[in-house]
Design a protein around this ligand. Structure first.
Ligand code: COA
Length: 169
């Protein structure tokens, strides 16, 4: 029987416990999970893509069936090239649902072989977002409940460097 695979795409800027909740559950459902760092044209990136990948690799080190990759083009094209027919997305509540359904429909139109599976975010991760993490980090708040502990030093270092640069300017 062929291996079941899914793509979990996102900006991961940076990876949060919300993302990890979905990765952990997808890793239990599929033989292989490809976590894809893709470009969302509506967002101005904060962490360089290479650093997002490095943080994801650290956070996912304990999952042998999870791999991390980046792709600069359309999700529909990426899945076609990789022969993946399932996309997994986390949904935190009704607020996420409308845009997620639109994205799922467009991806299906562009690649009719592609289906999107929605996982409801676990209650303890429902309030987490990458932008909230970045804002808390910029004020030096405790992030330990919101991001995987393995990446905490990287996030703190990035914001510490930014602070030092701003003070020099
Ligand atoms: N729990 C908590 N938070 C969650 C979460 C969960 N389960 N799932 C998502 N989030 C948060 C993220 O932290 C993020 O927060 P932010 O908005 O503050 O950054 C937000 O919800 C959603 O981000 P994420 O899941 O990382 O993805 P995204 O919406 O930024 O990424 C892409 C969307 C990258 C998948 C999409 O833009 C894409 O496919 N791009 C490639 C180009 C393409 O094909 N475009 C056509 C699409 S129709």
């Amino acid at each position: 029987m062929s291996e079941s695979r899914c793509l979990y795409p996102g900006s991961f800027d940076p990876v949060t416990n919300g993302h990890m909740d979905i990765i952990r559950r997808a890793a239990g459902m599929f033989d292989r999970v490809v976590v894809g760092v893709l470009h969302n044209p509506d967002k101005r990136g904060c962490f360089p893509v290479e650093q997002r990948i490095a943080m994801l690799k650290k956070a996912c080190a304990g999952f042998p069936n999870v791999e991390i990759t980046a792709y600069g083009g359309l999700l529909a094209q990426m899945t076609r090239e990789m022969g993946i027919s399932t996309v997994v997305r986390g949904v935190r509540g009704v607020g996420d649902l409308e845009s997620e359904m639109t994205m799922a429909r467009i991806n299906h139109q562009l690649n009719p072989g592609l289906e999107t599976v929605f996982l409801p975010a676990s209650p303890e991760t429902q309030e987490i977002s990458a932008s909230m993490v970045r804002q808390l980090a910029s004020f030096g708040a405790d992030l330990s409940s919101y991001v995987p502990l393995q990446v905490l030093p990287d996030i703190l270092a990035a914001f510490h460097t930014k602070d030092s640069k701003e003070q020099e300017d």
